[in-house]
Ligand binder design. Sequence first.
Ligand code: BGC
Length: 405
Amino acid sequence: MKEFPRNFLWGAATSAHQVEGNNIYNDWWLAEEAGAIKEASGRACSHYELYSEDFAIAGQLHHNCHRFSIEWSRVEPQEGNFDPLEIEHYRKVIADLKSRGIQPVVTLHHFTNPAWFSRRGGWVNSGLQKYFLRFTDKIVREFGAEVKFWITINEPLVYSSHAYLLGAWPPKKRSLFETARVTFNLAQAHIKAYRLIHKIYKENSLDKPMVSIAANLQAFELCRPTLKNRLSVYLRHKLYNLYFIDELFRRKTLDYIGINYYGRNLVDVESWGIRHLLLDTCKYNHHPLRKNSLGWDIYPEGLYKLLLAVKKYNLPVLITENGICTEDDDLRWDYIREHLLQIHRAIQDGIGVMGYIYWSLIDNFEWDKGFTPRFGLVHVDYGSQKRSVRPSAEKLAQVSASGII
Ligand code: BGC
């Protein structure tokens, strides 16, 4: 029997474009319409209409926090025109959560951009950061009094690499130079947004907020102990896992560390060259582990190792995402339980983990992979939009209710 700290945050996450439906003003919608993405998000989970029903389920599951994103392109569909009705929508979303005793954890950027922003060059263009800051200013002035936890940018490196290096997400580029530029601009945008959020709270005499990013961390492990592989693991850990956190820590713009963790990345580099060193993985089934339905390796111990790796910052940690897509709900529960045990182990070792947010509350639109992967604690029938709570969700609910696993 393991006990989690009192006041531990228990919850699940979503992001606007993946669940709301009809986000017609963003770059993803345009790419979907143009046939550049295999499946279109369409009405997704109709969460825009059904949020209260979904939060009622989260409440029944004893969640005391919920992570979601505010869709910039809804709030500002044309440059400079903020839509008051959409601001009211998110005010109701936050009020609904709070009425159920669920603390909102709000993300400002979760992969999507307003179409007008992308047309002008998006994150490659450093001159456009000011628009993200204006949106941040607007949202934080509106909701600061109701929200303590903010995530400025979700997985900056996943975004920059998928959109600018791998050519998988809009605008589907394959340029190392642009990837570096976007990554740099996202770091700058976070630093400025962090300062802005704190300034607004101070001006309004609000208690200090907790502001961070959600960093995707991967357990990079050696397939074979060759020199290339060793160098690659070292580089990927330094650049992919720690570059952003290091930089933001150095600039004193992290109140906690938000970690999204899914599993292992088994490194096996084919030949010398920067792309190989940064991207190659083992193509064979060496060192096999259990996998999710997308073929990602399940490796709970990796989370423990990564928590140890961020201990040096001496900051609180929030697990802002951890989850599995699978058709096997027993495996989902094993995944959750084993990761919780590793988190508990890290807490025993003195790492200040504040909470666990499962990805995702409901099945949803998994970007370029479409609707097939099912990450939800709650099953969604996309035809009828009916929700059904999975047994793994009930098991997690027992842990969140008691704080004991
Ligand atoms: C993202 C989510 C995504 C999840 C599963 C994270 O990278 O923040 O948007 O659905 O992982 O792939």
